[in-house]
Write a protein of this length. Structure first.
Length: 166
């Protein structure tokens, strides 16, 4: 099981067009909870600006969320004008592959952006996509994701130590 992301950023707005072009990424599959919105379902202003920059540079965007709350994803989808799929069951490959077909890109040209190793990163890695881990927008979290964080922090710290050695 591949648990390491290709790269870690503090937030989506740190992912630059240059970085994506350098890595031949033409499209991004985006997580919602704690990646695009915080627990109050607010989209940060810099995230909105970032989405506009991505669109202007022809980076295709698609939202893929595990949530069963369709309304929540739809609100984000409408606000940012990005298509979506929910009930994705990440890390299952199914949702990623469906979106890949829609995006009409090779897996290696797709970036998977999310705040969770156990859903976003492992799922993206299984599909041979370029995985980008972002720090969760807010530390306050749902009880059902909180238990995974200590493990996530171990992976992140090891990853950062590896990067510093290089
Ligand atoms: Mg998330």
């Amino acid at each position: 099981m591949k648990i390491y992301p290709k790269v870690i950023f503090n937030s989506v707005s740190e992912i630059s067009v240059e970085f994506l072009k350098d890595n031949k990424i033409n499209a991004l599959i985006l997580d919602v909870d704690n990646t695009l919105i915080n627990i109050e379902r607010i989209i940060p202003e810099n995230t909105k600006k970032w989405v506009e920059i991505m669109k202007k540079n022809n980076i295709k965007l698609y939202i893929l969320s595990n949530t069963n709350n369709k309304q929540k994803v739809e609100d984000v989808s409408n606000a940012l004008d990005i298509p979506y799929r929910n009930l994705a069951k990440k890390p299952s490959k199914k949702g990623f592959i469906k979106v890949q077909e829609i995006l009409q890109e090779k897996p290696e040209n797709i970036g998977v952006v999310g705040d969770q190793i156990f859903t976003d990163v492992i799922g993206g890695n299984k599909c041979n996509m370029f995985t980008i881990l972002v720090e969760p927008i807010q530390k306050k979290e749902y009880w059902y994701t909180r238990w995974k964080r200590p493990l996530e922090n171990i992976v992140k710290n090891k990853f950062k130590a590896k990067q510093n050695k290089q």
